[in-house]
Design a protein around this ligand. Structure first.
Ligand SMILES: NC(=O)c1ccc[n+]([C@@H]2O[C@H](COP(=O)([O-])OP(=O)(O)OC[C@H]3O[C@@H](n4cnc5c(N)ncnc54)[C@H](O)[C@@H]3O)[C@@H](O)[C@H]2O)c1
Length: 358
């Protein structure tokens, strides 16, 4: 059984080879950089040479606690430093495109935060800047590197569950929206900030759907203005289906975050441990039941790393591998334009009440 999983485990390995490692500078010293980017980079043995933030006090505090040598007073000062090779942008999406274009036009490689942008037009302009400047650019959709999800993807690729017929996400949480004061008044909330991970992963497994439908809701007394529950359905040409149901105001307190992939020769089911107690979390689970390989019923795959912070090594490692070897970025800016198109279609459906063809 251990032999059976070895190829899958190898695919999930987040180790960044020494000869891929290049210096990083960070734009944005917020919660996600403090709590996930920097712990992951420390674990991977990466070198962060400097950081900047519009709030210099935050940049100084994060730099001091994580041993970062330089605090740049501005983006221009950061770009004047020739040492960093990858610029890691982690600011709210509304501020990201302008910064991204400036960095891209300075011909630096980029890892952008998700959502890459809030409009398809901004996303297209960012992808065009990447192509025009011949840089490597990824988006921090690290769910594609979370060990359970990556293992599931490899199992599907190896044909363990045959032809995929359906993928579903069921997520029911109490999310501490108060942690992100800038998100309080956003009209577009749940899909744009959270479920975009699942929609991006759904595209990674199944490709772009033919048609989507989305309904959204809110709960009396909720902190943010935007939608906090979404139900999205996907239809593909060949009858393949998908569903994402995510709720963030679970007054019952029984948080769960499950996904499942069904094929004509088996099924895979998993849980995203992070969401059971965000941002502390618990271990992820993954099980496979295959008619192709000898699982003899539901067999657990031993997940040994976490979505936060470990998978953040994956998104940065993928950008560094592309710089060193020319390999494709698993979550590239070019590919992410289609995730933004999908998100736009889901919001169009939510607003209009009708299914949208892509
Ligand atoms: N990939 C993931 O799983 C994940 C998880 C959490 C957050 N995020 C995304 O990361 C981004 C940041 O989230 P956060 O939780 O750190 O938020 P945060 O509010 O804690 O931090 C944002 C930081 O960006 C700074 N900032 C804003 N505009 C700036 C600008 N123009 N130049 C430099 N700095 C600027 C702010 O001062 C703040 O320090 C958001 O887009 C969020 O959606 C992604």
């Amino acid at each position: 059984m251990i032999d059976l999983f070895s190829e899958v485990a190898q695919y999930c390995d987040l180790t960044i080879p020494e000869n891929h490692k290049v210096p990083i500078a960070i734009i944005g010293a917020g919660g996600i950089v403090d709590g996930a980017h920097l712990p992951a980079y420390k674990k991977a043995g990466l070198n962060v040479v400097g950081i900047t933030d519009v709030d210099p006090e935050k940049a100084r505090d994060v730099a001091a606690r994580h041993g970062i040598g330089k605090v740049y007073s501005s983006l221009d000062e950061l770009l004047a430093d020739p040492i960093p090779v990858v610029i890691d942008i982690a600011v709210p999406a509304a501020a990201q495109p302008e910064i991204f274009l400036k960095v891209a036009n300075s011909k630096r490689h980029i890892l952008a935060q998700k959502p890459m942008a809030t409009t398809v037009a901004d996303g297209l302009a960012m992808a065009e800047a990447v192509a025009a400047n011949k840089i490597v650019a990824g988006v921090n959709h690290q769910l594609r590197f979370e060990e359970g999800m990556a293992a599931a993807h490899k199992m599907v690729e190896l044909g363990w569950i045959g032809t995929v017929t359906n993928m579903t996400f069921h997520v029911n949480l109490i999310t501490p929206w108060e942690l992100w004061p800038w998100a309080k008044d956003l009209e577009r909330l749940e899909i744009m900030l959270h479920s975009i991970h699942y929609h991006d992963v759904m595209r990674w497994f199944l490709g772009n759907p033919r048609r989507v439908y989305c309904a959204a809701g809110r709960t009396n007394g909720q902190f943010p203005k935007g939608e906090t529950r979404t139900i999205s359905t996907y239809v593909y040409d060949d009858g393949v289906t998908g569903l994402v149901h995510a709720n963030h105001i679970n007054r019952g307190g029984d948080n769960y975050a499950e996904y499942r992939i069904d094929g004509d020769k088996g099924s895979i089911r998993g849980t995203m441990g992070l969401l059971y107690d965000y941002p502390v979390g618990r271990v992820d689970t993954l099980e496979v039941n295959s008619l192709v390989v000898p699982t003899d019923g539901w067999t657990p795959y031993p997940v040994t790393t976490r979505w936060f912070p470990d998978a953040f090594m994956g998104t940065m490692g993928s950008v560094m591998a592309a710089i060193s070897t020319g390999s494709p970025v698993r979550s590239s800016v070019a590919d992410n334009v289609d995730t933004l198109k999908l998100v736009a279609a889901l919001y169009e459906s939510m607003d209009s009440g009708v299914a949208i063809s892509l």
